[in-house]
Design a protein around this ligand. Sequence first.
Ligand code: F6R
Length: 243
Amino acid sequence: MKIIIVDNYLGVGAKGAEIVAGEINKNKKLVLGLATGETMIPFYRSLIKMAKSKKINIKGIKTFNLDEYAGFGKDNKDSYYHFMDKNFFSKVGIPAENVNFLNGKNKNLNLECKNYEKMIKKFGGIDLQVLGIGRDGHIGFNEPGSKFNSKTRMVLLSKLTRKDNSRFFGHKLERVPKKSLTMGISTIMSARKILLLASGANKAEIIHRALHGEVNAKVPASFLQRHKNVIVILDKDAGSELD
Ligand code: F6R
């Protein structure tokens, strides 16, 4: 694992975007796995700036987002699709047919998950997967207990994740969905390259456990230690418990 420490929250996004831009410039048809959440906002802002100043051409890339709340579709203002559209897709004019998203509203969610795996395969697999990390060690929504061989599926969100994400739901815990669809650990591990971004002192402990602790399902992000091409970008606070 290559670990890069930058000064602050904005720097994490800027450095992440620089690495992704480099990959897009090497491969105009890059298959890019994306994440949502607060960590990602400066990352998308930096990518938008680069697209607007023509430092990168995003039109040919394909995207696959990691997760979506069960029961939520594109029209739901709290959906992850809506987050992505507001913070990235609509700002860079990426063609709709190049955007792949789990539909939490599908009546058959098992089939939705199976088809997502098929689509990823059809496009030749994910070249670069961008990840954030939850305070319980989740990546995507692979909560503690997720198996190494897990694929895209429906999962129950942990209490901590629902509490943390209630900030996106007006701090009303009862509004946070209990279930989500997520790419699995094995889906993520099949990506050719992985970029993990984290910032803030509240991520320091889990970053230490994920990067230097035992590899097991108690901390799903620890499985990344088994991947041969991972770059981790942290701000000083998130990296403060690393030796
Ligand atoms: C969301 C996702 C999650 C987040 C994680 C951190 O698509 O993949 O794993 O990356 O919950 O979220 P923030 O950045 O809000 O702390």
